[in-house]
Design a protein around this ligand. Sequence first.
Ligand code: NOJ
Length: 560
Amino acid sequence: MKKQWWKESVVYQIYPRSFMDSNGDGIGDLQGIISKLDYLKKLGVDVVWLCPVYDSPNDDNGYDIRHYQQIMDEFGTMADWEELLEGLHERGMKLIMDLVVNHTSDEHAWFVEAQKSMDNGYRDYYIWRPGKNGEEPSNWMSYFRGSAWQHQPETDEYYLHLFSKKQPDLNWENERVRKEVYQMMTWWLDKGIDGFRMDVINLISKDQRFPDAEETGDSLYHWGGKYFVNGPKVHEYLQEMNREVLSKYDIMTVGECLDVSPEEAVNYVAEDRNELNMVFHFELMNVGSGPLGKWDIIPWKLTDFKRVMHKWQQTLKDRGWNSLYLNNHDQPRMVSRFGNDDRYRIESAKLLGTLLHTLKGTPYIYQGEEIGMTNVNFASIEDYRDIETLNMFHEYTQSGHQHDLLMQSIYERSRDNARTPMHWNQREHAGFTTGTPWIQLNPNYTAINVEEALSDPNSVFYYYQKLIQLRKEHPIIVYGDYELLHEEDEQIYAYTRSLEQEMLIVVLNFSEQEAEFMLNENIKYSDSQLLIHNYEIQDKGISKPFTLKPFEARVYKLLT
Ligand code: NOJ
């Protein structure tokens, strides 16, 4: 397997609105991030992924871009952004930017023009269709609920928006659109950035017939993914983008891909395909969701979780490279979801971190994960800010769903769980802002915060620091082959990584009960060393069976 810097890196994701506010307006900003660069350096991460900081009316917190080459006023100026890039590079870290080109804002100059008339030169930058029998051109549902089509009275046509109606989809069939996007990407790369995270990139090509989706459930609109997920020309476009732009720079790329299977992912990331380096898939994020989607919460089993991970590790083996994440700005906090955010918060945050950093792939840490931040339960729907959460709540309320049940699913799944401000210290607003925060804080910041973590040698922070350090010291963590042990075990996730004469044994007790572990007899070794563990233990050997405490994690290195 070819060595690459992005395989050896650990990425840290920043959601700027919630990271650090420098000017007291209650909104995180670029100077706020700059003031925390030494903190990131101390953690040891190699790359920062910055969620969108471009000019935006913020219908979807920056994922609705009004101007691709300007910085959002609330976040600062281009000079601030340049200072940030320089600050990262000076400290030996890299910067990747969010590339949101499936759609723009409806306030983008292209769309402002496009909607003026049918023969406007920009009309074809977006996707317009006449209605069908006085209704939308198709029955597609938007990801944020309701129809994916918006009627425009001036021209009596509809435009497509797979997300909110303020996020019209770009028409990638139009060569001029593609050229504009490539020019814009080149402009950022020439400013010195180190790559892109590409927003919903596998949706950019749509079946031009725009057929109706199959009807499921009693909603008016339906899931049309078949006609735009991994659409007909997506690979053609990505290969063109690679040829025209990406291949000219030493950068990393990761494409967010909805509903992608590992087999399909290979088509995006195989080296000889010349498209992307990695994708973010959602299969693991769907564990614990029922047939009705993310708000349909069902119990999950460790064997389901392992099956997904295993499938991705196996399928991409030698054929591509995995990205590894357990939460981000769109997902609940991992410790609340896959661990225990109460009695075993610290242990389970460390256990999940161990998984993230010892599977094969590039780990992505989401801000606050490194101190074990948790989900939040706001008292009222009024306290929520996320468009997806609010749209779901209002639609389901109208159709008669019970308020308490809706709030319960919001507590478990809302994107705002991850978007509450970062906890820096135990002072007012956790040191995030001197003003009024744009969204409330999680009240547990008095106990869970960076200052506290930095003063406690047993904190999640220092454990993450060590995990990141181990990756640099042991190439086996990056390049070793993965194999699953004890596949059917419902408590323990255990696997090996192997490279030449070395083997790692990773043993993770995902349960609140003790669990017994015994190394498979066929694994022979001459020497063993315990690399990292999250409990004080006396007997550090692996030769005898041992009992793992709740959420205990151990990583051994063997010489075989
Ligand atoms: C995925 C982003 O991560 C999410 O935050 C956003 O709402 C959608 N794409 C639309 O851009």
